[in-house]
Design a protein around this ligand. Structure first.
Ligand SMILES: [Zn+2]
Length: 239
């Protein structure tokens, strides 16, 4: 990777917090989006290592790598650097991301109807999904866990494909997913499918097979009011 554009000026992201970052001509850092948190890691430079607390995409599509420390080795434009993401963190996020997709269908299967997902949150140590459902899912936890972990054991491939919007819309019908939250100018859609189980539009990163998720454990449920039921769960747990 080469330094594309060293941002000399300080810019404000959060009030009272000055942050600096660097843009590269290519990057493996995920800049966050679609509910998935951004990568962190470090850059090896001629003058030493720079800790990157997170990547962030600017409105012009450039990915900025934000420095963790206030002081850092000097960088110059066109200098070659090597980026390394915090893989343990990213892999935990990927395991949870794929389990979020998997769990969406597990809940629907147990309820026997395509309840809508109205919110979600993804972290390295847990996932939350909000369903448009007005009763407690607590009594169904063991059933849902069983259905979900059977799909983990199936070791189904996670397939990523790009489709035209119209085709994607039709394709997703059988998975009870739609593209209604996608902005209308989007004409090509990236679909993530857990083979024959669940598919939806998603720009995030995933494990290659469900077996990589490990055991999915349901951690809690709560009612968010207005007929919304929230569950939290995590991948890679002990049964
Ligand atoms: Zn996703």
């Amino acid at each position: 990777m080469r330094i594309l554009e060293s941002l000399k000026q300080e810019f404000q992201i959060i009030e009272n917090e000055q942050e600096k970052g660097v843009a590269l001509n290519q990057t493996a850092f995920y800049p966050g989006g679609g509910g998935q948190p951004p990568d962190r890691g470090f850059l090896s430079t001629l003058n030493g290592k720079i800790l990157i607390k997170r990547a962030r995409m600017l409105p012009n599509g450039v990915v900025l790598h934000l420095f963790q420390e206030k002081t850092f080795p000097e960088l110059s434009v066109d200098e070659k650097v090597k980026g390394q993401i915090d893989w343990d963190y990213r892999y935990a996020v990927m395991q949870n991301h794929t389990s979020a997709h998997l769990m969406a269908e597990a809940v629907r299967q147990v309820l026997g109807k395509p309840v809508e997902i109205v919110g979600s949150g993804l972290e390295a140590n847990k996932v939350r999904l909000d369903f448009a459902y007005s009763s407690s899912l607590r009594p169904l936890f063991s059933k849902i866990e069983k259905v979900a972990n059977n799909v983990v054991k199936d070791n189904r491939p996670v397939i990523i494909k790009t489709m035209r919007r119209n085709d994607a819309e039709k394709y997703l019908e059988r998975f009870h997913e739609s593209l209604k939250i996608l902005p209308s100018h989007v004409t090509e859609v990236r679909i993530v499918e857990i083979e024959d189980w669940h598919a939806c539009a998603c720009g995030g990163t995933h494990v290659k097979h469900t077996g990589e998720i490990g055991f999915i454990k349901l951690l809690s449920r709560s009612s968010k009011g207005k007929g919304v039921e929230r569950i939290e769960f995590a991948a890679s747990q002990s049964p």
